[in-house]
Design a protein. Structure first.
Length: 387
C-alpha cells in the first residue's frame, strides 16, 4: 500500500440531532456504520484502545459523524470485531436497527482487501457498482473505510507506510433483511449491500416528505418563474445549474414522488391562473423510466424495476429481439444501458424514452407549455439529447 498522505483537513461535525429541511430526523447509511466499525476495530487492533464512539469522515471530507460503537472485542486469529447499530433516522429503511459489524485483521499482502461477512451480499451479475464476485460494498463506503485507515494510522503511527489489512463487513440477519430489498433481483446473493453516497440517510421516502414537496414546488414557482426543474436525486443537479442556468431555488429534489410533484405543480399554476413555459425532469432512468409503466411513486416498495418499460420501447424502436430480451432480463437499468451503449440505435432509444416520459408527465401538468426530460447515467453522462 502507498505511503500515507498528510491530512490537513478542517472538518466540522454533522449533527444528526438537527432535523432535515422537512422536519424529519436524518440517519447514518450502512456505509457510515461499517466505516465506524472498521475505525473502532483499528483502534483496538493497533493501540489496544476501546473507543465507545468514533469520528467518521463523510465523503465530502469537510464533515464528520460522531458514531457510537456498541461493542469492540478481540476475536480469533489476531483479529478484532466491532459492532455498530444502523440508525436510519425517520426514513423507512429495511436495515434500520440492524447490527453492522466489521472484522479487521492484518495481512501480508500490503493491501486493503474487502470481504463479505455473514449478512453482506456478493455480486453475481454485471451492471452493479462492484464487479462480479466482489462483496456488495459500494465504492463510496470503500473510500470512507480507506480514509478511516489513513486517519487512524496518521494518529498512531504518523511516519509509517500503510500496512495491509483485511476488512470483513457483515450484518446480523442480513440475509433475511435482504429479502425485503431488490438485492435478490439484482443478483446480489447472501445479504444486504453496504451503501451510501453522502454517508447520511436523508428522510425523503416518507408520507410527510410528500407534504413538504408541495412547499418546495410552490417556492420554486414563486414570483412567476417561467421554468423549473425537478430531480429525483442528485443526478441532474449539475445539468439544471450549468446547462439550464437555474438557481437552486428553482429546482426541487422530488425523491420518489414524481406524480405528487406534478399534481402540486398543476394545482399551484391553476391557483395562480398562469402557465409555465417549461418544466424539466432530469435524472437517472432507473426512476424516471418507471413512468412508462404508469408508475408515479417510484419507491422500490411501491413499484417494480424499469427494465420492462425500456425493453418495450426498444422493441418498438426496432431493436433486435435478442437485445430486447437482454434489456428486459438485465438486473438493473444501468446494466441494460451498458449492454446497448455501443448499439447504433442506443441514443435514439433514450431520446424516444425522454420524449415519452415528457409526454406522460405533461398529461398531468397541462398548464406547463412543455415538459422536457433529460436522462443521465450514474456518472452524469447524457443518454439521450445531448446536454
Amino acid at each position: 500500500m502507498p505511503a500515507m498522505p498528510e491530512l490537513e483537513l478542517e472538518r466540522a461535525e454533522c449533527d444528526l440531532t438537527l432535523p432535515a429541511m422537512n422536519g424529519l430526523r436524518r440517519g447514518r447509511t450502512t456505509g457510515s456504520c461499517a466505516t465506524a466499525a472498521v475505525k473502532a476495530a483499528l483502534y483496538l487492533l493497533l493501540s489496544g484502545e476501546r473507543r465507545a464512539r468514533v469520528e467518521v469522515t463523510l465523503p465530502d471530507l469537510r464533515h464528520y459523524l460522531l458514531v457510537p460503537v456498541r461493542e469492540v472485542a478481540w476475536i480469533a486469529e489476531g483479529g478484532v470485531r466491532a459492532e455498530v447499530l444502523k440508525d436510519g433516522g425517520d426514513d423507512p429503511d429495511s436495515t434500520h436497527g440492524a447490527t453492522i459489524f466489521a472484522e479487521v485483521r492484518r495481512n501480508d499482502c500490503h493491501e486493503l482487501r474487502f470481504f463479505a461477512g455473514d449478512g453482506v451480499g456478493t455480486a453475481t451479475r454485471p451492471g452493479l457498482r462492484v464487479a462480479v464476485g466482489e462483496p456488495a460494498i459500494n465504492p463510496v463506503p470503500r473510500r470512507m473505510m480507506r480514509q478511516a485507515l489513513v486517519e487512524v494510522m496518521t494518529e498512531l503511527w504518523p511516519r509509517e507506510t500503510l500496512p495491509g489489512f483485511d476488512l470483513t463487513i457483515g450484518c446480523e440477519n442480513g440475509a433475511e433483511i435482504a429479502r425485503k430489498t431488490f438485492n435478490p433481483r439484482l443478483g446480489i446473493v447472501g445479504g444486504i449491500s453496504i451503501l451510501g453516497t453522502s454517508g447520511i440517510v436523508e428522510p425523503m421516502s416518507m408520507a410527510s416528505w410528500v407534504a413538504s414537496i408541495e412547499v418546495y414546488v410552490r417556492v420554486a414557482l414563486a414570483g412567476g418563474a417561467p421554468m423549473v426543474a425537478y430531480l429525483p436525486g442528485k443526478i441532474g443537479r449539475e445539468y439544471a445549474r450549468d446547462a439550464l442556468g437555474l438557481p437552486e431555488a428553482r429546482t426541487v429534489q422530488i425523491a420518489n414522488f414524481l406524480g405528487a410533484a406534478l399534481d402540486f405543480t398543476e394545482q399551484a399554476l391553476k391557483e395562480e391562473g398562469r402557465s409555465l413555459d417549461a418544466l424539466w425532469l432530469a435524472g437517472h432512468p432507473g426512476k424516471l423510466a418507471k413512468t412508462l409503466d404508469g408508475v408515479w411513486d417510484t419507491h422500490s416498495s411501491k413499484s417494480g424495476m424499469a427494465m420492462a418499460g425500456v425493453a418495450r420501447v426498444a422493441a418498438q424502436c426496432g431493436f433486435a429481439p435478442h437485445l430486447v430480451q437482454e434489456i428486459e432480463n438485465a438486473n438493473t437499468v444501468e446494466a441494460a444501458m451498458d449492454r446497448i451503449k455501443h448499439e447504433s440505435g442506443a441514443r435514439a432509444l433514450w431520446i424516444e424514452i425522454e420524449r415519452r416520459i415528457g409526454q406522460l408527465a405533461q398529461a398531468r401538468v397541462p398548464s406547463a407549455r412543455r415538459v422536457e426530460v433529460r436522462l443521465f447515467d450514474l456518472a452524469g453522462n447524457a443518454l439521450g439529447v445531448d446536454a
